[in-house]
Design a protein. Sequence first.
Length: 284
Amino acid sequence: TTSKINWYLKKNLAVDVPQPEGEPPAAKLLFVPAGKPADATDFYCQEKVNQCCCCAKTEKLVRKNIIPKEYRRHFPKEYKDRQSHDVVLLCVQCHCSSNVFDNIMRENIASEHGIPVNYKNQFTVTIKPLVNVRAAARALAATNNVIPEERRVTLTQTIADYLGHAPTPDEIQELRNIETSEVKDPDSVTDHGTLVIKKVMVSGKEIEFIKKWRNFFLTMMKPAHLPTGWNIDHKTRDAYQAMETNEDASDSTSQMIGPQPQATSSGTVEPEPILLNQQQTLLI
């Protein structure tokens, strides 16, 4: 995007490349970015077509996470950072169909690991004042015509103290279902996705888990228009480890991201030029 190009220019990490009138702006990077594909056949080097990967429709497209977010977000960052391989485009109809199929897969995973899909465990505390407000609202809404006047005034005052003004009939109805508890510690929340990935990581089967979802997507949706280079075996454990090793080696010799450019015979360093424009995808 233009904002990304301007960011590189402002940081002196790129130089502007004049473009013909009507063409998108472009810049040439002054360093080799980390994760730069080894050859032009890499998935991330291919031009992506804005179409549904199943039916080829080009309108009303939605991003589809082949590995649902409730699982993917719990993986270590090397399994998800800068990885768009498992995010594809679907039309609304295909997206809805895929979500229905995903529920089948979730139930299979729940059965396999013994963790229900709707499982959620968290440490909560009850807020006493809200309990009183909800009880008052329910009493007023259910018995407003027969409740003793003195009692009605007391209940109404309880709600007024909470709202800061006399309650309207609509507000009383809404307060009937007010939540009376809160999560004491957000980090204590444990759900289906959290526990499943924890078990998967302990068993060392994270790659198998990822491939299972990819294969399920292929089997159920039969996508005929996947991006060039997409495959079930993309980025295995060894590839991730190699990526981390390369990045660690780079970090130890330079503050710039990515492999170091080679020095010429004259002793000067000439980074490999990389064209960056709005029609290309760059991994950062």
